[in-house]
Design a protein. Structure first.
Length: 103
């Protein structure tokens, strides 16, 4: 493989961007690493929580901020209770994981 044939590939572009950051000494802090054992819903909560903290906002009501309103309205009472408990547990675990990373 020569450089001439693949000069516009994605990997080469990413490598050139990384090299430019290194040469310019421009290290921007990216997103903190998401816990490896997190579910997709937990990852979503983690990223939303990180964005809120970077914006200087707090979480007053995690259920209202992280729950899917359409899903909540379609659930029965028992399913709604279970969904709310799951969101609460996910929020607490992701908040603790983010606190550990940012501390």
């Amino acid at each position: 493989m020569s450089n001439i044939k693949h000069n516009k590939c994605v990997m080469r572009t990413m490598a050139n961007e990384a090299k430019a950051r290194l040469m310019g000494n421009e290290y921007k802090r990216g997103l903190p690493p998401v816990p490896k054992n997190a579910t997709p819903q937990q990852k979503e909560i983690y990223l939303k929580l990180y964005e809120l903290r970077q914006g200087g906002e707090g979480v007053d009501n995690p259920i209202a901020q992280f729950a899917d309103e359409k899903k909540l309205s379609s659930l029965t009472h028992e399913e709604r209770q279970r969904y709310i408990m799951q969101i609460s547990a996910d929020y607490i675990s992701m908040r603790n994981a983010l606190d550990a990373v940012l501390a």
